[in-house]
Each structure stands twice: as C-alpha cells, then as structure tokens.
Design a binder for this molecule. Structure first.
Ligand code: ARG
Length: 412
C-alpha cells in the first residue's frame, strides 16, 4: 500500500494526468472534487479519476459554505483586487484547501496535492492555507515538477496510460469558475493588444446583444449580507445563481484586467462576474447611505487590505481575523434595499432606502421643510477657517508676492 494523498481534482486534463503520475510515484490517490459551482458533471469526474488510477473519489458540495463564509464576507468587505477583480478564484482556494485537509485527516493521508502550475497565485493559496491548517502534511504539486510542459505532452502521456482525456474540444483558454465568477486566461488573450474574442465569454451577453430594455431589481441587505431579491427572502446560493443569469443576460460583469500576480508577473485576465458586480454595486449604495464619512473612508482602506489578503492567500491568518472583525462591526447598520437598473453592461444603483439611513431630506432639501440653520454656517466657517487664516497671514502672505502660486505647486 502506498502513502495516501488527497488530490484536489477538477476532472480536467491536468488533474487526471496528475492522478496517474502520483500513483506512479507511489501514492494512493483520493481524488476530491469540491463543488463551489461546478461546471462539470461529478459522475464523469468520478469515472475519469478512477480510470486514471485513484483509489477513491469524493465530491463535496461546498456551494453554501463558499457563499456564506467566503463570497459574502468578501462582499461585505467590498473586496475587489486592484479595484477590478471580485476574487472568485482566490476566494475558493482556502475553502478547497480546508476540505482537502479535512479529508486527509479522515482517511489518515500524509499528503495533499493540487494541479496548479508554478507560475500562478493558486499554488501559493493552496500551499499557504494547507501549511496553516496542517503543517505536518506533505504538499505535492505535480505540474510544478513534471516534464509534461505542454498540453500535447500531457495528452500523449494520457493516451499512453489509457487515461480518458476530456472529450471537450481543445479550448485555447485556461478557465476556472465558481459561483462568484469565471476567470479566463491564455490563448489570444496573452497579447494585451487583442480585444477578447467573443468566445471567451460564457456567462454574459455582449452589450450589443443585451436587451434594449432595462430590468429593475431590488436587493435587500441585513448587516451587509444580501437576504432578499425583489422583496422575497432568498438563500445565498440561489440569489447568486439567479443574479448570474439575470445580470449576465444584460451583459453585466465583464472585466478585462491587466493583473499583478503574487509571483511578480503581469498577466492579462478576463473575468465574468455578473452576480458579484451587481451585488457589490447594491451593497455600496446601502453603505453610502448608512455609514458616516469617516467610516466610509476607513472602510475603503480596509476593503483594499482585505482584497490583497484574499489575493495573496493569507485567509487563515490573524490579520484576517482582525480585518474581519472590523468589517463585521462596520456592517451592523448596513440594512436596507437597493434598487438597481440592469442595462447594457451596467448594474446601476438607482435608488436606496434604509431604516438606518443617515440621509435626512429635512437637512438636504432646498425646498419647503428645510430644518438646516443656514445662519449657523457662518460661525462654523469662522472656526473651521481659523487655522487657515492664521497660517496664511503668518506664512503664505508674508513670504510670497504671489500667494496664489501655491495652486500651481510653486510655494517659493
Ligand atoms: N488571476 C486569478 C487569480 O489569481 C485567476 C487565476 C485562475 N485563472 C484561470 N484562468 N485559470 O485569482
């Protein structure tokens, strides 16, 4: 009997070949598919894994956990890597690592494995998460080690060893998908001058093909978590599935990014994230209404940190616990409903209401019912401007003939 290894198994070519390669290295492979919004049939994956030599196949439905403990907390945090990528792939990795470790403990495996290359972020996320949760486990990443450097060589290897090769026609793209989004790279996308060909997209219509008429939806939040669609309570997974369809139909959530990878490489990546983009817009509208100016300012800093942390594979860290505490606390009054217009590639918040709204018509209005005391503004400005006047008199006016030069950066 070999040493047991739990392999994160997608059913694709890389991981199918990996099953055999690891078996040849003396491991007993338990192939584990974690369903975070599967684009493949687990029955087919099972057949393929066993045919490739796995001693056991498992599929865990983790969709609910993924949305509840990974995607929605990231939504509440407002996490968007480099302001553009809602982090679908990055968010799933720590969950997959956790489940690999759980299965490894259950079957008393001494190793875990994954099909990541040595050039990407995902290897880092898997390895660092595993190291945090189970420092004793060996981590094997066959693609980082083997000599099968091209798809052709992998196919040759598969044919030689009677491994059923995925029958799908060879796509030039490398795709990863889960409920929170779809990530696409390689092929013609590697030339950043190339406009992404239409066949890159699977979840979203082009703006040209999107309906001419807008759709309106209402998303309600409780403590920063979406809980209802159009006034009806809905579970997280169902909401995200529904919005991926609806917003995708209107061409929403296409993102073309020039991304900075953790390993230092710039990479051209396309994303489709209709639900994530729509929910982020909806959530931000409630936050603008219910958080103070200083809370919003600090929250923006936290959101950025949170996004970096997810991207960099640092999910299982004390830093994350600290940031998550801030986010959770910041969301205690983020309740309310956003009305969104879905139209021609844009999800636009066109209305918002909240029981904890800080917006007061009686203060903002220029019409009847104004309760704001304009005469008090004069005294406020007198005090507010005090340090400005003092400094201007003592320094700016005293040192320069032309104090207005400060506006052009000339202070001398
Ligand atoms: N660049 C994204 C990330 O690091 C996605 C990586 C996986 N992309 C892919 N097309 N296979 O999170």
């Amino acid at each position: 009997m070999g040493k047991k290894l739990v392999l994160a198994y997608s059913g694709g070519l890389d991981t199918s070949v990996a099953v055999r390669w690891l078996t040849d290295k003396g491991y007993d492979v338990i192939a584990l598919t974690v369903d975070v919004g599967l684009d493949r049939d687990p029955a087919v994956a099972e057949e393929r894994a066993l045919a490739a030599g796995a001693i056991e196949y498992r599929c865990i439905d983790a969709k609910d956990d993924f949305i509840r403990f990974f995607a929605f907390p990231a939504l509440a945090a407002g996490a968007m890597y480099q302001g553009r990528y809602p982090l679908a792939t990055a968010l799933a990795r720590p969950l997959i690592a956790k489940l690999m470790v759980d299965v490894a403990r259950e079957v008393d495996a001494k190793a875990v494995g994954h099909g990541c290359t040595g050039k990407g972020n995902d290897q880092v996320r898997f390895d660092v998460s595993t190291q945090a949760l189970a420092p004793d486990l060996e981590i094997v990443a066959p693609v980082r080690e083997w000599e099968l450097k091209t798809r052709e060589l992998e196919i040759e290897y598969a044919e030689k060893h009677d491994i059923p090769v995925p029958v799908t026609k060879a796509s030039p793209y490398s795709v990863d998908e889960n409920l929170w989004g779809r990530s696409i790279e390689s092929g013609p996308l590697e030339d950043p001058w190339n406009e992404p060909p239409e066949d890159v997209y699977a979840w979203t219509k082009s703006v040209a093909d999107a309906p001419d008429d807008p759709a309106y939806i209402e998303v309600s939040f409780e403590h920063g978590i979406p809980t209802a669609l159009d006034g009806k309570e809905i579970a997280g997974v169902a909401l995200v599935e529904r919005l991926n369809e609806l917003a995708g139909e209107h061409g929403i959530g296409r993102i073309d990014h020039m991304e900075d990878r953790l390993v230092g490489i710039k990479s051209r990546e396309i994303y489709e994230a209709p639900a994530a983009v729509t929910l982020l817009a909806a959530h931000q509208a409630i936050e603008r209404m219910t958080l103070s100016k200083t809370q919003l300012r600090t929250k923006a800093v936290i959101a950025r940190e949170y996004a970096e942390l997810i991207y960099d594979g640092l999910w299982f860290t004390a830093h994350h616990q600290d940031l998550a505490s801030y986010v959770q606390s910041s969301q205690r009054h983020v309740n309310g409903t956003t009305r969104l217009r879905l139209h021609k590639g844009q999800a636009t918040a066109v209305g918002a209401k909240s029981p904890s709204s800080l917006y007061a018509t009686s203060l903002a209005t220029y019409e009847k019912g104004d309760q704001y005391d304009q005469s008090a503004a004069k005294g406020f400005i007198h005090i507010w401007g005090l340090p400005v006047r003092v400094q201007a008199q003592k320094q700016l006016l005293a040192q320069s003939d032309e104090p207005l030069h400060i506006a052009s950066g000339e202070t001398q």
